[in-house]
Structures are given as C-alpha cells and as structure tokens.
Design a protein around this ligand. Structure first.
Ligand SMILES: [Mg+2]
Length: 257
C-alpha cells in the first residue's frame, strides 16, 4: 500500500484525470464526510462540497454509499454525481424482481428481529431499516463488545441467511447475492463506458471494490491498513478535499491541452 500523494501516486492520478472516460467514485461516510457520533449528522464540509462539485462538472463522478438513496441524496444535493445507495442495490436500474426480493427479505428480517429489539435497545443498539438492507448501529453503546454480541445473536437465526459486513460501529445486514459495491462499480463503469476509474473508501464494504481483479480501477483507502486490498492510501479523511482539488486541477489541465 502506497501513499496516493507520493510521486508515483500523483503520476497515476494525473494519468487517470487525462482519460476522457475515467470515472471518479467515492464512498460517503468516512470518506467524503467525517464520521460523527450522530449518524444523522454527517454532511460535506463547504470546502469538500466545492471541491467535489468542481470535479463533478469536469468528469463523471459517483457516490457509492451504504446509506439508502433517500438518505444520501439530500447530503450531496446540487452535485452532478451518479448516486448509488444501499451498498450497490439502489440507483443502478437493478431489476424490479431483485429489488422486490431484497425488500421482502428485509421486511422478514425486521419482523424476526423485532422480538429482540428491546434487548438490543438496552445495550445501545439501534436497528435502521433501509428498505433493501438493514444496519445495526452501536456507536452509542456503553460496551461495543456487548452490543456486537447482541447483534450477532439477533441475526444468527435470520432466514434466508444475510451477508454480514462489519463497519465502523455498525453491522450491515444485506441480502446475499452478487450485488455489492464492487458489482455496482463495474456496472456503473459499463453504463458510462469508463476506460478507467478511481475509487476511494474507508471501510469493510469498500473492500468489495478494492478487491476487484480489474486493473482499470485505482483503489484508495482512507487510512493505511495492511489487511486492505486497496493499492493506495490517503492518510486522513480530512485530506479528501485536497485529493478532490488535485483531481479537478489535473482534469482541467488535461482538458485544456
Ligand atoms: Mg465509509
């Protein structure tokens, strides 16, 4: 894993920015926006918003988030970016049959965990219904270990068995299948006829993109982590504005030559 702001990293970014059909895709929480104690609070800072806007008007840009589209859209309002929600399930013309199945699946799971909701709430766990997936939040829990144990207990009997993806103080409960951020990224690149792409993320669900065996994708993780499949890292989330501005400038240069 190498620093994306190293000389080779910058060369790669310059090259990508020079490709007319390159796609620039970003996760939202922990990547474009800082993670906050209150999950409803995260938003773009004004400098990040301005920088994302500057890039999005010059190049195909996407935000691929675990949040539902209804939740994500107002947070990036006014930015001409492609939006994908629910870890890749929403926003890509996924077939109505698949969406229906995911919806029914989540409805059944919600019903099943409702018996546990009292005991989950007592240890500080909040269940979020995102229609096509569920998220168990435990950022407010007194003990993360106790909260996680309660969550695993609650989801262990769900049928059909979900795909569990751990995140920062969350457990994502997702209908199993081939829809995830990685497949969403490939579908988006296919739809946009992208010749290359950048993807920046910070969490376990982003590993679905980082681990794609696709050499067209430059993967960047927020924070260095040896176990990650990402090729590059950005040291801190607070540098995202810097990266966006770098890309927008490189793009302008490439377009003017
Ligand atoms: Mg994230």
């Amino acid at each position: 894993m190498r620093d994306v702001f190293s000389a080779p990293g910058k060369r790669l970014l310059d090259r990508l920015a020079g490709q007319a059909e390159a796609l620039f895709a970003f996760d939202f929480d922990g990547t474009l926006a800082r993670i906050l104690q209150d999950r409803h609070a995260p938003g773009l800072t004004q400098p990040t918003r301005d920088a994302l806007y500057a890039l999005a008007v010059k190049a195909p840009t996407a935000v691929i988030s675990g949040r539902s589209l209804a939740d994500l859209s107002p947070r990036v309002e006014g930015i001409p970016a492609h939006l994908v929600g629910n870890h890749g399930l929403e926003g890509l013309h996924t077939s109505e049959r698949v969406m229906h199945q995911a919806r029914e699946c989540c409805r059944a799971w919600l019903k099943a965990v409702s018996d546990d909701e009292g005991s989950l709430a007592r240890v500080g766990v909040v269940v979020e219904d995102k229609t096509y997936s569920l998220t168990f939040h435990y950022r407010q829990a007194g003990s993360s270990a106790v909260a996680r144990e309660a969550i695993f207990h609650a989801v262990s009997t769900l049928a059909p068995a979900p795909r569990l993806v751990l995140g920062k103080a969350v457990v994502n409960v997702i209908p199993s299948g081939n829809l995830h951020k990685g497949s969403a990224m490939l579908e988006l690149m296919h739809q946009l006829k992208s010749s290359g792409a950048l993807y920046v993320g910070d969490d376990d669900t982003d590993e679905d993109v980082f681990s794609l065996p696709d050499e067209r994708i430059v993967s960047v993780r927020i924070g260095k982590k040896t176990a990650s499949a990402a090729q590059w890292y950005l040291t801190r989330q607070s540098q995202i504005g810097l990266l966006l501005r770098y890309l927008a400038r490189a793009r302008s240069r490439a377009l003017s030559t």
